[in-house]
Design a protein around this ligand. Structure first.
Ligand code: F6P
Length: 366
């Protein structure tokens, strides 16, 4: 049966383990042999102990655990030709010519590059005498399926990335806790949430947590936002509400693209309201811990679909992303998802916010 490698790369996210488990067990069920590649692309580059065959029981007792048991790393060496070559060498030697890659857009882009370059990398390795010609001939093509693992929900092409739902739960718990202490003292709390350049976590947390205001990269405020913010908080205070909560996305900016930090927001409120707003930066607690039910069953379905994709797709098929579209498992070309994700980033960098929202597509409904 086919040998399928699985790796998690980039920032970890809760639910990656559910995906790993599903890929390993689906591979076994469909008659293949699963191999764990440890520490992201680093394991493929290193070979040896970096690549390990996995059995059914190796992925038991995993569904409820956060992070990734395979380990993850950012691997700059993989961007270089020598890195790609080392990966092609070790994977070919193990007979692995199908990969499930769980990571963000950078990791997935790397996978597609490896797939495209695979035949020429093998040719170089054969020429250098590092790979026997028959080893290369036995695995002439690489097939790749990508699952998007990131708490940020920042990838076009899938409605939800693995881990975003859990991070949202974590943020909501924190907002609830802060609301109760804020209400006891009639205070304002400014809460900074992760998401890199994407405001998904901030927006959904603001809606679900009942915050009074939210600052997002996709909807930057005009000059004078400080006074407007104060006015809106004072309006809700006038209705008798005792606590005030402002959520700030870590990537928030003004319309000129200048960052707005949680400290900026607190300072603006302090100056104008005469009370010191408290700042909480939630940080990595948002990324760790037990995955939600959604981040267990969704990656399980996607992991199974990814293995099916790899077993059935003809050789030469470009890399695909297996994601969620309109609440159903969907397989789309990785290149389309990367193109649309880049379009969002470029649009945000050039402060073209309408274009950013349009390119984000169905994954972000502002
Ligand atoms: O992409 C996930 C994420 O947690 C972002 O929300 C955040 O900006 C970044 O990673 C933090 O990176 P690091 O863990 O390397 O500090």
């Amino acid at each position: 049966g086919p040998r399928i490698g699985i790796l998690t790369s980039g920032g970890d996210s809760p639910g990656m383990n559910a995906a790993v488990r599903a890929v390993v067990r689906s591979t076994l069920r469909l008659g293949g042999r699963p191999f764990g590649i440890l520490e992201g692309w680093r394991g493929a580059l290193a070979g040896g102990d970096g690549i390990r065959e996995l059995g059914w029981d190796d992925v038991g007792n995993l569904l409820h655990r956060g992070g990734t048991v395979l380990g993850s790393a950012r691997c700059p060496e993989f961007r270089e030709r020598s890195g790609l070559r080392a990966a092609a060498l070790h994977l070919t030697r193990h007979g692995i010519d199908r990969l499930v890659v769980i990571g963000g857009d950078g990791s997935l882009r790397g996978a597609e590059e490896l797939r495209q370059e695979w035949p020429s990398l093998q040719a170089e390795l054969v020429e250098a005498g590092e790979l026997a010609p028959d080893e290369a001939d036995a695995h002439p093509r690489l097939r790749v399926a990508g699952l998007v693992g990131s708490i940020d929900n920042d990838m076009a092409g899938t409605d939800m990335t693995i881990g975003a739902d859990t991070a949202l739960h974590r943020i909501i718990e924190a907002l609830d806790a802060l609301s109760s202490t804020a209400a006891s003292h009639q205070r304002t709390f400014v809460v900074e949430v992760m998401g890199r350049h994407c405001g998904y976590l901030a927006l959904m947390a603001a809606v679900a947590g009942g915050s009074d205001a939210v600052l997002l990269p996709e909807g930057p405020p005009a000059d004078g936002w400080q006074s407007e913010l104060v006015a809106s908080i004072e309006r809700t205070r006038a209705t008798g509400q005792r606590d005030s909560l402002v959520v700030v996305a870590e990537g928030a900016t003004d319309q000129a693209g200048r960052p707005i930090t949680s400290a900026d927001v607190a300072e603006a409120l302090g100056e104008r309201m005469g009370e010191r707003a408290r700042v909480t930066i939630l940080g990595h607690v948002q990324r760790g811990g037990r995955p939600s039910a959604y981040d267990r069953w969704m990656p399980t379905l996607l992991g199974y679909a990814a293995v099916r994709q790899l077993v059935h797709a003809p050789a030469g098929t470009p890399s695909q992303i297996v994601g969620v579209r309109h609440n159903e498992v969907a397989v789309i070309p990785l290149s389309d998802a990367v193109r649309d994700t880049n379009a969002v980033k470029t649009a945000l960098e050039t402060c073209d916010f309408d274009a950013a929202r349009a390119a984000r597509g169905s994954s972000f409904a502002t």
